[in-house]
Ligand binder design. Structure first.
Ligand SMILES: Nc1ncnc2c1ncn2[C@@H]1O[C@H](COP(=O)(O)OP(=O)(O)OP(=O)(O)O)[C@@H](O)[C@H]1O
Ligand SMILES: [Mg+2]
Length: 322
């Protein structure tokens, strides 16, 4: 039995401006003990998918199962099995971390003394023991995300849903969370996480589903996805965008970004001299050239027709240091 199964999930929101097909057709299966990444840009339908699988939003059609339990029919059973850290949490900032853990444990039915014990365990697990008696509104972005993660784990869920757990965090805080997420996998927790960061999907996920515009456009392990492209990615850097644009006309199957031109070929190292000759014959000066194995970024470009990288960086100004 799969830990999580999404089968032709669809969600249409009725709005005054008309229907919004947030999720058109999403299917995937998550094995027990796996970290499964849902990678996609803003508006792809990641949160909507998570909300349906966590019983918080009714499916329009298709179905979702958590360890064989249907998210529509067995919703209360499902909720006991899952932990959720949503993208927009309604955490009460006036409470302290300790109070929040205690209250959450009580809501899950822990006795007062058990709730107290669980609070200490959880504060320790997510590294918030020292900040336990400070109001949450004084926490940094990274601390808040660790708090969200901790709160989703209070009742020891078997399946954990994390919706963009590190968006807006600086690289250091992001890494701390990654380590925590990996440790949970070692403890046997199945984790479904959404992300707009290619690096995050690459680093954490055992398997990835790339979704764009409400549809799954690719699925596999990071290696499978990269191998699926085949060949090497050659990158030429020119002095100007104009030069790169001219070069695009000379190199088949290439695309440009600023003053860079990329093309995917078999045996990159062998092809480079030919390509360089062709460019210099046309009086295009190359600043540098390199051949690399495809990255997830290249995979994303191939399956969607555009680059994801940078799309998530708009929130960079939200960075808070710890
Ligand atoms: N309650 C709603 N009513 C109407 N449209 C909605 C609603 N929720 C989401 N949408 C629309 O559905 C689409 C998918 O939204 P969703 O939040 O699932 O995307 P996402 O992949 O989580 O994006 P992000 O990375 O920005 O969080 C978007 O076009 C969004 O505007
Ligand atoms: Mg979202």
């Amino acid at each position: 039995m799969f830990a999580v199964e999404a089968k032709n999930l669809k969600k249409t929101f009725k709005t005054k401006q008309g229907d919004v097909e947030a999720v058109k057709d999403v299917s995937f299966q998550v094995n027990n003990g796996e970290i499964f990444g849902i990678l996609g840009p803003n508006g792809a339908g990641k949160s909507t998918t998570i909300l349906m699988l966590t019983t918080l939003l009714r499916v329009t059609s298709g179905n979702g199962k958590i360890q064989g339990l249907d998210v529509g029919q067995d919703d209360s059973e499902v909720r006991k099995k899952i932990g959720i850290a949503l993208q927009d949490t309604g955490i009460d900032n006036l409470l302290t971390g300790r109070e929040l853990f205690f209250t959450t444990a009580r809501l899950w039915g822990f006795s007062k003394s058990d709730a107290k014990k669980r609070t200490l365990e959880m504060l320790d697990l997510v590294g918030l023991t020292e900040a336990a008696d400070r109001r949450v509104k004084t926490y940094s972005g990274g601390m808040k995300r660790r708090l969200d993660l901790g709160l989703s784990l209070v009742h020891k869920p078997e399946v954990l849903f994390l919706d963009e757990p590190t968006t807006g965090l600086d690289p250091g805080s992001r890494r701390v969370l990654w380590e925590e997420i990996k440790r949970l996998r070692e403890d046997g927790v199945t984790i479904i996480l959404t992300t707009q960061y290619l690096e995050e999907a690459d680093e954490l996920a055992d398997r990835i589903s790339i979704i764009d515009n409400g549809l799954v456009v690719a699925e596999g392990t990071p290696d499978e996805l990269k191998t699926s492209i085949g060949g090497d990615v050659i990158t030429f850097i020119f002095h100007s965008y104009e030069d790169a644009k001219k070069a695009k006309g000379l190199v088949s199957n290439s695309e440009i970004e600023n003053n860079e031109l990329r093309t995917t070929v078999e045996n990159g190292a062998e092809r480079i001299p030919d390509l360089l000759n062709k460019l210099s014959e046309n009086e295009l000066e190359v600043v540098s050239v390199s051949a690399n194995k495809p990255s997830l970024d290249d995979v994303f470009l191939q399956v969607t027709g555009y680059r994801l990288e940078g799309a998530a960086d708009t929130e960079e100004e939200l960075i808070e240091n710890e």
